[in-house]
Design a protein around this ligand. Structure first.
Ligand code: NDP
Length: 325
């Protein structure tokens, strides 16, 4: 058993009573996590929602769980997303009255920083132009753009957005950020709320979306937002596909107002082969790969919160149900 990440007081003999149901929309993903559980936490009982033992599960490990999860698992006490975002739980489970927690992980923060930095460098240093010139065997040197002349804006200044904003500022980029409430991040100009959204957007040569998906943020990346960005801006969507109005993006790219978009997340995943984004000039498609916590971290946080729930201890990384993130 891996006890490194568990609080010693939370590994009593009664911990063997813990029963976790793996409620995901991906059988291979569930199977991988359950196999890892058997290795790392063999004393914890695991099942899927179809298993009769699911009736005795106290904790659900969730990634796009079935909507009838509570009917199949009437003993549930905790819904733990095996992800940073919790939008995939849907309204019924989010408002079931059960606590909802999620993954927060340093490795995931670092992974997101690397992904965003790649997108920043790709456009700051004109690698996009060099690559398209290579297709036509054109040798064309573009003047070097200094980091200090690439203004980056981060929408959402939480665990991920706040981290990458601070790190990019440390690398010499002028960084601004936007969130619901005012944040204090060294070297980052922080904006807050709807009233300051336009000023924030007007200062972004490259915009990174790291908002959670809620009713307030759905389709936030639309024509009106793009119009507030400076001409030639780049958009990176690392949040959720439903944040983006795809047709508005295609229009903004086709008109030349936007230079490019880096899209990691889509309303329908895998992105259907017929989706025009695959072939849209200026769009880079990546398969929801920006960052992920390791299986070990997901399970350590899952098991720790499971033990905490059984012991009546405060849970880690709880979601604010009213806010939806
Ligand atoms: P957090 O919950 O830690 O932070 C959310 C931030 O968004 C907060 O700063 C919050 O502001 C702000 N926010 C929320 N709603 C609004 C709004 N209506 N207007 C302005 N600001 C708002 O989230 P994380 O940083 O952990 O994750 C962000 C998202 O990244 C996840 O929800 C997920 O969708 C996505 N993600 C994508 C991955 C990928 O591989 N592509 C990997 C992991 C996550 P305030 O605090 O003031 O309320």
């Amino acid at each position: 058993m891996n006890t490194d990440t568990l609080t010693p007081a939370l590994t009593p003999a009664s911990s063997s009573d813990l029963n976790i149901v793996f409620a995901t929309n991906n059988p291979a993903f569930s199977a991988r996590l359950m196999a890892l559980m058997a290795t790392e936490y063999p004393q914890v009982a695991v099942c899927t929602p179809d298993d009769p033992a699911a009736r005795h599960a106290q904790v659900a490990a969730c990634w796009h769980p079935p909507v009838d999860l509570l009917q199949r698992c009437p003993g549930l006490q905790l819904l733990q997303a095996v992800s940073a975002g919790v939008d995939h739980l849907g309204d019924i489970l989010m408002h079931s009255g059960l606590p909802v927690s999620r993954v927060v992980d340093e490795g995931q923060q670092q992974g997101m920083l690397e992904y965003v930095l790649w997108g920043v460098l790709h456009h700051q240093r004109d690698f996009d132009l060099a690559l398209s010139n290579q297709q036509a065997k054109i040798w064309q040197l573009h003047p070097q753009r200094q980091a200090g002349r690439m203004r980056i804006g981060v929408m959402g200044l939480g665990q991920l957005g706040g981290f990458i904003a601070a790190r990019l500022a440390g690398l010499g980029y002028p960084v601004s950020g936007w969130a619901g409430s005012r944040k204090q991040i060294e070297q980052v100009h922080c904006y807050a709320g709807e009233a300051e959204r336009g000023t924030f957007l007007s200062s972004c040569d490259l915009l990174v979306n790291l908002l959670p998906l809620t009713t307030a943020t759905e389709a936030i990346l639309d024509a009106s937002l793009f119009a507030e960005l400076p001409p030639g801006a780049v958009v990176m969507n690392c949040g959720r596909g439903e944040h983006l109005n795809e047709q508005d993006l295609i229009d903004a790219l086709s008109s030349g107002h936007l230079r490019a978009a880096v899209l990691d997340v889509f309303a329908q995943e895998p992105l259907p082969k017929g989706n025009p984004l695959w072939d849209q000039a200026g769009v880079i498609v990546t398969p929801h790969m920006a960052s992920s916590a390791s299986g070990q971290i997901m399970l350590a946080q899952l098991v720790e919160n499971g033990y905490r729930q059984l012991a009546g201890q405060p849970l880690r990384n709880l979601v604010d149900i009213a806010k939806g993130y």
